[in-house]
Write a protein that binds this ligand. Structure first.
Ligand code: NAD
Length: 498
């Protein structure tokens, strides 16, 4: 870091994108925190500081809400097709900088680079901007015309986690903007750079200043300021259930509507006729992708008791083939956890699993030898002999940890699938479409996939809504449902008679 800079100066070092001002974006201004305090952003592959960003608080959030309020009338009233055109231009710029954005996200999260979903998602939401509409209603008399209008809420707040800062920005801010809202987004303290860069590209695309504002800061300081602000008309929160509940309480005080995207404990259900050669590599991929720090990660494998031994052995072999390392060192399958705190949380669960009586088949420890010694690496871990009541079968670990549970019949498989408080995603592996449909109907989850990853994967359906049942949250991001969620319905009744 440059020597003449004081510890209070926001700064970046060696980033793959031009983000000299790693500061709040408020309106058209790049600003340090009013308090002048900063937070270090660390590369989890080696622990080095790559940026220092503002440690925002309620004052900075209030400034951002002002900017979003100023921008609202023009954005809300802009012709929807013009709004769409600006969002399409943003998508184009994101596509142009795709590789650099991937590398930026890799720098702050540690996830190896890969095909980026961002531009495609932006194209989808841009295309929705001029398709937001209400309906006409039947009436008791021919002179009366009833209709509904779908209108934006106004200034809205978005709070995102650190695990996927790019997608979280796009999946939440873009549908809100497409619907005509203006946004104040609070980035996660561990991964604020990708949202800042995406917002920079939005400005370059011609999206008016103030339509997308980014505030960086700690959850305990800048976070509560959003639901507490009286001018915020709706909140979208993505993060852990505990924080989600706190945000819900804060929203209740202002009666602010809320969208919650929380965690998951998603089952990967193998039926007797599953094509294991196809399923096993994808199950391994889906629990090691982003080091398991994925809300939809398939962290529980449910196997017919008769197949257990074979499945465990093939899963173990798959986990052992996963290459782990820094994305900078060449192609790897898996990077580190995002922070020492998250690594220690995962290691805690590995201890808990052993103490509960589950058997570590492979992995089970941090990777500390050269070249891992300065980063936050944990070996892909497979637990066998997991019982449904164990904490490792019930709680979200958010790490590369897979638990195998056995079942005897279809009813037990469904009961196990639905046997946690979560209900985010679920995957069924089978060649029997009738059984697949039965599972799809009976599994309590916001998204069910058959023989694939789900909407996040390379074979995902475009526009599939994403969100939870039960403790995984409510409301939807992605898909047309997400845009609709960012609107409120107004009924208009015209009496054209005398
Ligand atoms: P977290 O709940 O700790 O933090 C999420 C965000 O909330 C961060 O920006 C944080 O600064 C902020 N925050 C913290 N306390 C706050 C408060 N009191 N008021 C307002 N904001 C506050 O979650 P995390 O550790 O960043 O992310 C991991 C969690 O996110 C996991 O549980 C994961 O499943 C979940 N997640 C869910 C989805 C989904 O779509 N369902 C997607 C990604 C992550």
């Amino acid at each position: 870091m440059t020597d003449h800079l004081t510890p209070d100066t926001p700064v970046t070092r060696g980033l793959p994108v031009d983000l000299d001002d790693a500061t709040h974006l408020i309106g058209s201004s790049w600003l340090p925190a009013r308090s002048k305090r900063t937070i270090d952003v660390v590369d989890p592959c080696d622990g080095t500081v790559v940026a220092r960003v503002p440690r925002g608080d309620a004052e900075d959030v209030a400034d951002a809400v002002c900017a979003a309020s100023d921008a609202l009338p023009a954005w809300r009233d802009l012709s929807p097709s013009r709004r769409a055109a600006l969002l399409f231009r943003w998508a184009d710029l994101v596509r142009e900088h795709e590789q650099a954005i991937e590398e930026l996200e890799a720098t702050e999260v540690g996830r190896p680079t890969g095909p980026s979903p961002l531009a495609g998602q932006l194209v989808f939401f841009a295309g929705q901007a001029d398709k937001v509409h209400g309906s006409t209603l039947p009436s008791h008399t021919p002179d009366v015309l009833g209709m509904t209008l779908r209108e934006p809420y106004g200034v809205v707040g978005v709070i995102i986690p650190w695990n996927a800062p790019g997608p979280m920005t796009v999946f939440n801010a873009a549908p809100a903007m497409a619907a005509g809202n203006t946004v104040v987004l609070k980035a996660a303290e561990d991964a604020p750079l990708t949202p800042l860069y995406l917002a920079k590209l939005a400005l370059q695309a011609g999206i008016p200043p103030g339509v997308l504002n980014i505030v960086t800061g700690y959850g305990s300081e800048a976070g509560p300021a959003l639901p507490a602000h009286p001018d915020i008309r709706r909140i979208s929160f993505t993060g852990s259930p505990v924080t989600g509940a706190a945000v819900m309480e804060a929203c209740a005080r202002n009666l602010t509507p809320l969208h919650l995207e929380l965690g998951g404990k998603s089952p990967q259900i193998l039926l007797e006729d599953a094509d294991l050669a196809r399923a096993i590599p994808q199950i391994v991929r889906f629990i090691t992708l982003n080091s398991g720090q994925v809300c939809a990660a398939g962290s529980r494998v449910l196997v017919p008791r008769a197949l257990r031994e074979r499945v465990v052995s093939e899963l173990a072999a798959g986990m052992e083939r996963v290459t782990v390392g820094s994305w900078r060192s060449g192609p790897v399958d898996m990077g580190p956890l995002i922070s020492a705190r998250q690594r220690d949380r995962v290691l805690d669960y590995l201890r808990i699993g052993r103490e509960e009586g589950a058997e570590v088949v492979t992995g089970g420890a941090a990777l500390t030898e050269v070249p891992y010694q300065d980063g936050y690496f944990v070996a892909p871990t497979l637990f066998d002999g997991v019982q449904p009541e164990m904490r490792i079968a019930q709680e979200e670990i958010f790490g590369p940890v897979l638990s195998v549970l056995s079942y005897d019949d279809e009813d037990e498989a469904i009961a196990l699938s639905n046997g946690t408080r979560y209900g985010l995603t679920s995957t069924v592996w089978t060649g029997d479409l009738a059984r697949a449909v039965r599972f799809a109907r009976r599994v309590e989850a916001g998204q069910v996939s058959v023989n694939t990853f789900g909407s996040g994967g390379p074979f995902g359906a475009i526009g599939a809504p994403f969100g939870g049942y039960r403790h995984s949250g409510f409301g939807r991001s992605m898909g047309a449902d997400a845009v609709e969620d960012w609107t409120q319905v107004k009924a208009v009744v015209l009496n054209a008679g005398s």
